[in-house]
Design a protein around this ligand. Structure first.
Ligand code: GUN
Length: 298
């Protein structure tokens, strides 16, 4: 049975360190500020956004949430982002995705000032990550959290290890591949058009699943002893729990994967909690940079 990589515990550790450093910064007169913006009523997004705002408050941050109606125009949202860009009390801006269809998310993301883009989605931050300028970049929170989990098992230097990232999204797959490359892993990005995905996955010392398909990755796709990072969070029906009930599963068939892997992240309680912790860390880093201070190592 594989070792479990406990995301809840690691996220609590990161958040604890962030709160401590935030207290120091606050004592010197600078309060880290995070603005979270949500447009529309998508229930899952509402839950995510509420927990981001709440965690920011728990870290001692100045935390503001802007909840806008579904009908909000692109121009209105651009104006809000520009106002937040100009607000010195705000160090991090997060616009929750997806946005309603009539708003172009690319336009909104590129409006966020790169030095406040704690999601790491602006072209400037994507480019910095791609060229290894990690000291001044913001790295997207989910892959940053996944790397911290991986570091606990494999250390910081992944020289000689094969990593396969299944999924090529801009939010997870591509930045994850860049982070693995920066840590000296030999990286392959696989996706829906990849030939013989199971065989490729079996070459992976580090297997990252970020496809959003429940339990797609089976036990016999996993190389014995591999470290498996499951980024998927999928809600599936669970009639065994009662009528209309559901449960969360990852992109990896957990029991099968855990029987073969050396270490594996559970779902829930794996990468999920790390995403919010890294958002707090990015906001603290942004406040430190704005104050001309060296950001702490986390
Ligand atoms: N929607 C799902 N994940 C994310 C994320 O990491 N950032 C933002 N802004 N929206 C999301």
């Amino acid at each position: 049975m594989a070792d479990l990589i406990d995301g809840k515990a690691l996220a609590a550790e990161v958040t604890g360190k962030v709160s401590q450093h935030a207290a120091d910064l606050i004592a010197s007169g600078i309060t880290p500020g995070l603005a979270v913006v949500i447009v529309g009523e998508d229930p899952a997004s509402q839950v995510y956004v509420a927990s981001k705002s709440k965690r920011a408050k728990e870290c001692g941050f100045h935390s503001v949430q802007h909840t806008l109606a579904e009908e909000t125009s692109e121009d209105e949202l651009v104006a809000l982002v520009e106002a937040l860009n100009a607000d010195p009390a705000i160090h991090g801006i997060l616009v929750q995705l997806p946005l309603p269809g009539h708003i172009d998310s690319g336009t909104i993301i590129q409006t966020i000032a790169p030095e406040k883009d704690v999601d790491g989605f602006h072209f400037i931050n994507v480019g910095k990550l791609g060229t290894g300028e990690l000291d001044t970049a913001f790295v997207p929170c989910t892959p940053a959290g996944a790397m911290l989990m991986l570091e606990r098992v494999r250390g910081r230097d992944l020289s000689g290890l094969n990593a396969v990232v299944v999924g090529r999204s801009n939010i997870v797959g591509k930045p994850m591949a860049n982070l693995l490359l920066a840590a000296n892993a030999t990286v392959t990005i696989a996706h829906s058009r990849t030939a013989d995905l199971p065989a490729l996955a079996r070459t992976a010392d580090i297997l990252v699943a970020a496809v959003g398909r429940p339990e797609m990755i089976k036990g016999d796709w996993v190389k014995p002893g591999a470290t498996v990072i499951d980024v998927g969070i999928n809600r599936v029906p669970a009639p065994e729990r009662g009528e209309g009930k559901s449960r969360l599963v990852g992109d990896v068939a957990f029991d099968e994967g855990a029987a073969i892997a050396g270490a594996i992240t559970p779902v829930p309680g794996g990468v999920g909690p790390m995403t919010i912790a890294m958002l707090m860390a990015n906001t603290l880093v942004s406040a430190c940079r704005a104050a001309g201070r060296q950001p702490p190592a986390l």
